[in-house]
Design a protein around this ligand. Sequence first.
Ligand SMILES: Cc1ncc(COP(=O)(O)O)c(C=O)c1O
Length: 371
Amino acid sequence: VKIPMLNLPRQHQALGANLYNTVQKVIAEGHFLPNYFGENPITPFEERLSSYCRRKYAVGVGSGTAALQIALLAGGVKPGDEVITVPNSFFASTEQIIQVGAHPIFVDINPDTHLIDLDAVDEAIGPKTRAILPVHLYGNVVDIEALQSILNRRRLENIIIIEDCAHAAGARLRNCPVPIGPIGVFSFNPIKNIGGLSDAGAIVTDINAVAGNARLLRNHGREDKNSHVVVGFNSRLNCLNDCVLTIKMDYLDQWNEKRREIAIRYNQAFENLPGVVPIKPQADVSHVYHQYVICVRERDARKRHLKEAGIDTGIHYPSLIPEQPAFKVFDYNINSLSTAVRLNPQILSIPCYPELTNSEIEWIINKIREF
Ligand SMILES: Cc1ncc(COP(=O)(O)O)c(C=O)c1O
C-alpha cells in the first residue's frame, strides 16, 4: 500500500484528452503570456472565476503569494500600518504583510475550528489597524459577516478585510462562495483543490479601484504596452495555467463534494475514538477539506505508525509563524496565542482528496483505529 497526500497523476488521467489536448494547443499556438492590452483583456479563467464567486472582478496573478502582496497594496495597506492575522497559517500570509512594510498582529484561534478568534480580533484592533487578514484554513470558512459586523458596530470603515482563500476555493458560508467580504486572494498552485501546472493565483473583488490597481501592479504598472504609471511586479497568470484552470473549474464542485463525503466518513469513524479529535464542522459552512485535520496525542508516533502502513500524512503547519527563525528579529511574544500554541503539536493532516479509493479510505481509517 502506498497512499500519498495527493494524487495528481490520477486526477490528470481522469481529465484525459481534454486536458492534454488543451496543453498541446497552447504549445502549438505559442501564445504563453496574456495580452492584457489586446481585444480580450479579461482571460477566460478570470471570467470564469469572477462569475463562480459571484463577484465583479477576478485578477489573475503569478501565485497566491503575489495575490496577497498585490491585494494588500491595492487595498491601501501602507508601511507602518498594522494588519491583524493568525499565527497558524502558511508563512506567506504573514510574509506578505511584512513585504509591504506593514506589521502583522497575531491573534489567537478558536479551539474548535482553528480559525481566527473574532473576539481576539475585536480586542486587537487599534489606531494603526488598517486591515484584517483571516485565513479560511484547511477549506473551512471564517464567519466574515460576523467580522464585518464588529467593524460596522465600531464604525471602522477604514479597516479592510482581505481573505486568504488559498485553501478554500469553492467553500461557502451560508451558501455564499468565498470570498465573503470585499477582497479575497486565491492560490492555484498544483496542490490546491483546483491547481494549475505551476504557481498561479488570483485576487477577487467587487471594488473597481482594487481590481484596477491589481491589474497595474501585476504587469509592471503598465497602463498600455509602453506606459508604466506605477512601479509594479512581473506577476501574470500564464496562458497554460489559464487554460488548465478553466478546464478544472468544471470539476471543482464535484471534487469538493467528494472531499466532503470522505470527511463525513472520517468524522463518523473517529467519533468515539479516544485520543482522536477531528476539527468540528460548522453548521453554516460548506467546508472543502483542502486538508482533513485531526488533533491527536502522541502525534509523531502516530505519524510513524501510518507511514509504516504506507500512508503519508502532513502537518499544516509544524511551527507557528511567529516561532519561525525569520521572526527572531521581531522578538514576538506568543503568550496571547495560548490556543494556537497548545494545538500546534497535536495537528495531523491525513489524505483526503477525490481520487482516493474506497479501500484506501478504509485502510486509513483502520490504521488510525489500530494505533
Ligand atoms: C494559506 C495560504 N496562503 C497563501 C499561500 C501562498 O500561495 P502560493 O503557494 O500560490 O504562493 C498558500 C500556499 O500554499 C497557503 O497555503
